[in-house]
Design a protein around this ligand. Structure first.
Ligand SMILES: *[C@@H]1O[C@H](CO)[C@@H](O)[C@H](O)[C@H]1NC(C)=O
Ligand SMILES: *[C@@H]1O[C@H](CO)[C@@H](O)[C@H](O)[C@H]1NC(C)=O
Ligand SMILES: *[C@@H]1O[C@H](CO)[C@@H](O)[C@H](O)[C@H]1NC(C)=O
Ligand SMILES: *[C@@H]1O[C@H](CO)[C@@H](O)[C@H](O)[C@H]1NC(C)=O
Ligand SMILES: *[C@@H]1O[C@H](CO)[C@@H](O)[C@H](O)[C@H]1NC(C)=O
Ligand SMILES: *[C@@H]1O[C@H](CO)[C@@H](O)[C@H](O)[C@H]1NC(C)=O
Ligand SMILES: *[C@@H]1O[C@H](CO)[C@@H](O)[C@H](O)[C@H]1NC(C)=O
Ligand SMILES: *[C@@H]1O[C@H](CO)[C@@H](O)[C@H](O)[C@H]1NC(C)=O
Ligand SMILES: *[C@@H]1O[C@H](CO)[C@@H](O)[C@H](O)[C@H]1NC(C)=O
Length: 390
């Protein structure tokens, strides 16, 4: 990244097994909104790209968040930090200020008008779901959806004929739990790096907008297959198998995902890469007492993106750039929600131990997911900004 920053806070990212725990389904019942549609305020189109909205800083926003755990009924306990006693509130009172323009406020009515008659899918892991949940809360200002979940999470906004879905695919490529020596799961996953995960690839053609993201699961031990052959493994403790880096897997997984979308001639939607969301463990690894107790964002000179976080980000952006070139030939739109560095500045936004993400006693803190409301809401401000332009 071009930006040079000074002091470094050493923070490491580790395998985060908590993400294995699938978010429990939401069982509330929902009311349909019967509000009438207000005129849509216009916001600047980005076709005349004069401003880089990702270059900027977090500035105080005393007006506070768009919603609360009382006005949005869809926050799962895992992200409901206020319900579980988080004492500070300042983390909800910042907004992203691009250096050369304003990022428009999220406008639920406008979003729903743009999305009318369309469908949107978040493809990825539990952080992708976290972002979808943030969107549900932002939209709750205007409308609540019906839960039409079957195998995957699916919400339907009847008044707008808008479908919102989360397709669970933490590796993007075909995968399964695997142990080469016995059938009981020990946390090793087998990845077929050149085959898309059918969880999303079989369903994707009907979606107008696809938001692709992935990350934390690539820190696990993995076995890799390519061309139907075992080509190696990462961190698998098998002397007789070639060691392959997680970066190769990460790059290949995104390449396979993007090429799948490009090669499906019936796919005509817009694809957004939401870049890697780094974890913020400090003073220890995730399973060794590491935590994220900050209550303020970093200033841009306080901490810089580095090591694995930087590498993951660079890999994604490179693969996106290639996909964009290829996709252009048949009119496919690829955009980047370039949020890795922006979110890196928000160590204050995670549940830590204020999120009921494990039923049993644990000393594990969640510094991967994001509190709602919280900084992750900003990602959907970017999303609206871009879907307005495509
Ligand atoms: C919302 O948060 C408050 C603390 O700010 C808490 O007392 C309350 O139980 C929470 N409500 C819900 C519905 O989560
Ligand atoms: C709702 O949207 C879908 C596309 O997502 C479209 O096929 C269908 O005709 C729409 N239905 C109505 C009633 O507008
Ligand atoms: C694992 O399960 C498969 C089929 O379920 C079986 O054929 C195989 O023998 C099992 N392997 C071991 C090591 O138990
Ligand atoms: C199978 O894997 C489990 C979990 O890692 C382990 O406890 C067990 O000893 C293994 N069994 C064999 C026969 O290797
Ligand atoms: C590696 O060794 C283990 C046992 O030592 C064996 O079960 C496995 O099949 C071997 N894998 C390969 C790829 O040779
Ligand atoms: C693509 O769309 C055409 C016409 O809409 C349809 O006949 C064809 O089966 C579709 N192909 C796939 C792979 O879904
Ligand atoms: C970062 O910049 C601020 C002013 O923007 C300054 O007050 C602070 O001392 C700087 N911190 C470091 C670690 O350089
Ligand atoms: C992403 O944003 C960072 C600043 O946060 C900037 O340095 C970088 O060039 C941007 N990359 C892209 C592809 O927009
Ligand atoms: C949970 O933690 C409390 C306090 O640390 C301890 O007394 C209790 O035994 C723990 N329960 C379990 C099931 O580990």
């Amino acid at each position: 990244m071009e930006k040079t920053l000074e002091k470094t806070v050493s923070t490491k990212v580790f395998v985060f097994t908590l993400s294995l725990i699938v978010i429990s389904s939401i069982t509330l019942s929902f009311l349909k909104s019967s509000r009438s549609h207000l005129p849509i305020p216009s916001i600047p189109r980005i076709s005349d790209k004069t401003c880089d909205v990702f270059k900027g800083k977090w500035v105080p926003y005393p007006q506070g968040p768009y919603y609360s755990n009382e006005t949005c009924r869809l926050i799962v306990d895992q992200h409901n930090c206020m319900k579980f006693g988080r004492p500070d509130t300042e983390f909800m009172k910042w907004r992203w200020k691009p250096d050369e323009c304003e990022l428009p406020r999220f406008d639920a009515a406008q979003f729903l008008e743009v999305a009318r008659g369309k469908s949107m899918a978040f493809v990825g892991d539990s952080v992708a779901r976290n972002q979808m949940e943030s969107l549900l809360c932002l939209l709750a200002h205007e409308a609540y959806p019906e839960d039409k979940s079957h195998n995957s999470k699916l919400w339907f906004y009847a008044d707008y004929n808008f479908t919102l879905s989360a397709l669970w695919s933490p590796f993007l490529v075909k995968s399964r739990a695997a142990d080469i020596n016995n059938n009981s799961s020990n946390g090793i996953f087998t990845l077929y790096l050149d085959q898309p995960d059918e969880e999303w690839s079989n369903k994707i053609e009907k979606f107008d907008y696809v938001i692709v993201s992935a990350g934390q699961w690539f820190f696990r031990p993995m076995l890799f297959y390519q061309n139907s052959r075992l080509i190696g493994c990462y961190n698998c403790n098998q002397n007789n198998i070639t060691s392959i880096s997680k970066y190769h897997a990460y790059r290949t997984a995104f390449r396979t995902a993007f090429e799948t979308l490009i090669s499906r001639n019936n796919y005509t939607g817009a694809i957004f890469l939401r870049t890697f969301s780094a974890a913020h463990y400090e003073n220890g690894e995730w399973d060794k007492g590491g935590n994220c107790g900050r209550t303020r964002p970093f200033r841009s000179n306080e901490s810089k993106l580095e090591d694995v976080n930087m590498e993951f980000y660079l890999i994604q952006v490179e693969e996106l750039r290639k996909a964009k070139e290829k996709g252009k030939k048949r009119g496919l739109i690829f955009e980047v929600i370039n949020s890795t560095e922006i979110m890196w500045l928000r160590p204050d936004g995670h549940p830590s131990h204020y999120g009921k993400f494990m039923k049993k006693n644990t000393t594990v803190n969640d510094c991967v997911h994001w509190c709602l409301p919280g900084p992750i809401d900003t990602l959907n401000q970017f999303l609206l900004y871009f879907i307005n332009a495509v």
